[in-house]
Design a protein around this ligand. Structure first.
Ligand SMILES: Cc1cc2nc3c(=O)[nH]c(=O)nc-3n(C[C@H](O)[C@H](O)[C@H](O)COP(=O)(O)OP(=O)(O)OC[C@H]3O[C@@H](n4cnc5c(N)ncnc54)[C@H](O)[C@@H]3O)c2cc1C
Length: 415
């Protein structure tokens, strides 16, 4: 049977999928494979994770170990965030942030700089304190924050080897209240952009680029202080029933709203773990621009509104804090992400992406590595100050090129 990614818009060409259950097996498989890639939960939208052979790590022991004095947790990298969160809740500790859904593997999320939202929140890769990597000669590299090359290894795009174990920062558990505001006017968003994204710990703006913004999802940490944002957000009204980010859809699979306090892991994602967020009938793209360009980029995309609307299920605007990870779109800059959940018509999406990429090019937009984009290495490489260091690291770590694939040549190294 054909193996596809989660959305079904990409069919893997690999015919062999290894599913080892020990680290030694991983080392043997990798050392013997001419060309191989790790497959996580296959939530990426392109050939980024394809090769002649695939390696799934979900058979390795999860082995979740909390180190309270170091304030970290270590575990097998094939684990999904939702499963990790359940283990952490049982231990009485928490992560700083999560993406929109808990179904993705930690190894795959950090390899592509997957992010949630929040002015002060870095990508999920920003919480990596250490990792263990099996390289193409079967050797193991252990690398921790502060080590030489660590900042190049975390957002590794799958190009350096198989990340078998990850150590993440943890913190004391906290609760979140989520409220949705409806009917925000564009002028309010652009005039008060900084205030709006700062009004919660994690804020997401949902729109179809029509006459108004549609929804603002505000996730605030529960503290002693009274809630300041309740009934009205710059003219947008607080929803009185739970909402789905896609207008008109049943919110049954969404995390609870209406200001009901709940644990971090049940509020930070938009979608609940026990439910599939949708049936996969979608394609996603996202572009990250320096935060100082937020309002100009919004204006540029609004100009494309009539073209975007018919193909869109929804678009999400989020903010993400700067980091120092070489291949992170957040490298050296606070960013704003413009995400698009498209209807599953790849040809039409690619036609529209030509216009989106042209409209965002004055802002040096960096595409999300795990989503669909058109730009090639010749235009992407100049956006990454450390791309030369990354290419050298790939060559040093994987001299026989076992983890190189077509995507990596076309999008990153081929410039
Ligand atoms: C419904 C949906 C919602 C999403 N929401 C968000 C969101 O909120 N925010 C966001 O930023 N992104 C989001 N994404 C994108 C998603 O987070 C990324 O595509 C991410 O890479 C998916 O992880 P994965 O495990 O499925 O990776 P895969 O697609 O399996 O792999 C991605 C890349 O990572 C590599 N890789 C995977 N595991 C390892 C490992 N252990 N060692 C080395 N390399 C590895 C693969 O080789 C491949 O190159 C979403 C995607 C979907 C489908």
């Amino acid at each position: 049977m054909e193996r596809t990614n989660w959305a079904g818009n990409y069919v893997y060409r690999a015919r062999t999928v290894h599913r080892p259950w020990s680290l030694d097996q991983v080392r043997e498989i990798v050392a013997a494979a001419p060309r191989i890639r790790v497959v996580g939960s296959a939530h990426s939208f392109t050939d980024i994770g394809d090769s002649e052979e695939l390696l799934s790590l979900d058979g390795l022991p999860a082995d979740v170990v909390v180190d309270r004095s170091a304030r970290t947790v270590s575990f097998g990298a094939g684990l999904r965030y939702g499963t990790l969160a359940e283990a952490l809740r049982a231990e009485g500790v928490a992560l700083a942030n999560l993406a929109s859904l808990p179904h993705i593997s930690v190894g795959g999320a950090i390899a592509t700089a997957t992010h949630g939202s929040g002015d002060g929140n870095r990508t999920l890769a920003g919480s990596v304190a250490a990792l263990e990597l099996v390289t193409s000669d079967g050797a193991i590299i252990s690398s921790a924050r502060g080590d030489a090359d660590f900042d190049g290894r975390v957002v590794g795009l799958g190009a350096l080897g198989a990340v078998t174990r990850v150590t993440l920062d943890i913190e004391p558990p906290y609760e979140i209240r989520q409220r949705v505001f409806e009917g925000l006017r564009w002028e309010m968003l652009t005039e008060h952009f900084d205030e709006i994204t700062a009004c919660g710990y994690s804020v997401s703006v949902f729109t179809l680029w029509g006459d108004q913004v549609d929804q603002v999802w505000v996730k605030r940490r529960v503290t002693e202080a009274p809630e300041t944002v309740r009934g009205d957000l710059h003219g947008a009204r607080a929803a009185t029933v739970d909402r789905h980010p896609i207008l008109g859809l049943d919110p049954v699979n969404c995390t609870r709203q209406l200001g009901l306090a709940g644990p971090w892991s049940d509020r930070l994602p938009h979608f609940r773990l026990g439910f599939t967020p949708s049936n996969g009938e979608e394609i996603q793209s996202e572009y990250l621009v320096a935060r100082r360009h937020a309002v100009s980029a919004i204006d540029a995309l609004r100009g494309l509104g009539p073209m975007l609307g018919p193909l869109l299920q929804v678009s999400e605007i989020r903010t993400i804090a700067a980091d120092r990870l070489w291949m992170s779109p957040q490298y050296g800059q606070d960013t704003v992400g413009f995400h698009f959940t498209w209807r599953p018509d790849q040809e039409a999406v690619e036609r529209v992406l030509t216009e989106v990429e042209a409209a965002l090019s004055p802002f040096a937009a960096r595409p999300h590595w795990g989503k669909l984009f058109l730009a090639g290495a010749e235009s992407i490489a100049p956006l990454y100050e450390r791309v030369g260091d990354f290419a050298a690291l790939v060559a040093r770590t994987d001299p026989r090129g076992a983890f190189r694939n077509d995507w990596l040549e076309a999008r990153v190294l081929g410039a």
